[in-house]
Design a protein around this ligand. Structure first.
Ligand SMILES: [Zn+2]
Length: 435
């Protein structure tokens, strides 16, 4: 007898839907076929759709910016995630510049993540490295971390990694089989004038700073044969230029992540009375950039949210340099992206991030995979209540075309028909230091 049977649903496989029944046993998908077998719990999925648990490869829970902490800790952030059908999140280790501190950062972050109700793992983060880069990578791989984040900017807070170090790291990606994850903005083209208001953000961080830096990195990827993920691509023109100049690299070696906010809003909203609530880095772009991004959505490989939520009062500053940059989105991301892209959003939020970030047992509905299952139905509505800790979401009242009815993680319902049951998230790879 199976633990759970999902009967009469449409199941997402190979970019389409199949009509079948899905059976769960011991936290894994045991069987998918057309016959009916006995189970302890049977769910009728008539008119509903089953998809793999969503993966948000880019969240910042309990992020310490020094002067402020992002408001969602792992419990509240992951609860919001579960409401949005997200069953795995990838957060970041604190930035370090040497391998000894990397191990400490890993232990610290694993402890902080213990309250997560969804599964989780981490990108390692390097800042202005002073160490032997190969030794750093070897230590990272020993922790079973396959993704390393660096910044090309934020020199003012000592986080920028030099071009030379990036080239060396790209060479190491093939030898040690990992992915370099990069925040891509040209440091010299960013202006941090003290007189800038939050609405000056597009002036402070122009689209050209992203485009030029992306082209430079693509040339490094080409010359080194390395593998890179450009996170939070914000401007359609950046993607168009990469596509024109490096068509063979795009999403084979140079992967593109974008975020729901860049498909939804434009920089015009920053000029509105509460425009400061929409500040993030890179910033929202012009309507033309947004339209280009939408038209090139097939070339966006993954959707991450860059979820970094703050309270309204924390965002309400007169000077840009005092404003914490970041917005929430982990809960609303799937509904928003389905609205913009239709069903092509599904693979960008399931099997693509699972493959890219190497998450074993995640991202597909197949026998042997983790029973991370989302039950969804098409229905028109608007985004209303949010479940994170922040006192606002930029997506409030945004129209949506689908609803999440249930979220199952490794065979356990975390959310079903609006009831939140909680759960115990697990580290996806590696050994938890407390285990
Ligand atoms: Zn981020």
């Amino acid at each position: 007898m199976y633990d759970t049977a999902f009967l009469n649903g449409k199941i997402r496989q190979n970019n389409t839907w199949i009509s079948a029944n899905l059976y769960v046993q011991n936290g894994k998908i045991a069987l998918i076929d057309e016959w009916v077998y006995e189970a302890k719990t049977t769910i009728d999925c008539e008119g509903k759709f089953l998809l793999p648990g969503l993966i948000d490869e880019h969240v910042h829970f309990a992020l310490d910016l020094g002067f402020i902490k992002s408001v969602d800790d792992f419990y509240h952030g992951s609860k919001a995630a579960a409401y949005g059908g997200v069953t795995t999140v990838i957060d970041f280790l604190d930035p370090v510049d040497n391998e000894k501190d990397l191990v400490k950062a890993y232990q610290k972050r694993c402890k902080e993540a213990k309250d997560s109700v969804v599964d989780y793992t981490f990108h390692a983060t390097l800042k202005a490295p002073t160490c032997d880069l190969e030794a750093f990578v070897v230590t990272m791989k020993s922790l079973e971390i396959d993704t390393l984040k660096v910044f090309t900017t934020y020199s003012e807070s000592g986080r920028r990694t030099s071009d030379e170090a990036i080239k060396t790291l790209l060479e190491l990606t093939t030898r040690y089989d990992f992915l370099l994850v990069v925040h891509v903005e040209n440091d010299d083209l960013i202006r941090l004038d003290e007189g800038f208001k939050p609405s000056d953000l597009p002036l402070s961080r122009p689209a050209v700073a992203e485009t030029l830096e992306a082209l430079k990195l693509a040339s490094y990827v080409k010359s080194t044969g390395g593998k890179l993920l450009m996170v939070h691509l914000s401007a359609g023109s950046t993607l168009q230029t990469l596509k024109d100049d490096y068509p063979g690299l795009l999403n084979t070696q140079f992967f593109i992540e974008s975020c729901p906010q860049y498909f939804t809003f434009t920089e015009a909203i920053l000029k509105e009375p509460k425009g400061y609530l929409y500040t993030c880095a890179p910033p929202l772009r012009s309507d033309k950039e947004r339209a280009t991004l939408l038209s090139l959505s097939d070339d966006v490989y993954t959707i991450g949210t860059d979820h970094c939520a703050f309270m309204q009062a924390d965002k309400q500053k007169t000077r840009l340099i005092d404003t914490p940059l970041g917005i929430g989105g982990v809960e609303q991301s799937f509904q928003i992206m389905m609205h913009h892209l239709g069903e092509s959003a599904i693979e960008k939020m399931t099997e693509n991030p699972a493959k890219l970030n190497r998450l074993p047992g995640k991202g597909k509905l197949l026998p042997g995979y983790d029973a991370d299952v989302v039950m969804m139905a098409y229905a028109h509505g608007k985004i209303r209540k949010s479940h994170g800790k922040a006192d606002y979401t930029v997506y409030h009242n945004h129209p949506v075309d689908c609803m999440i009815h249930a979220t199952m993680i490794r065979g356990n319902f975390v959310l079903k028909d609006g009831t939140f049951f909680g759960g115990k998230g697990r580290l996806v790879k590696g050994v938890h230091p407390d285990a």
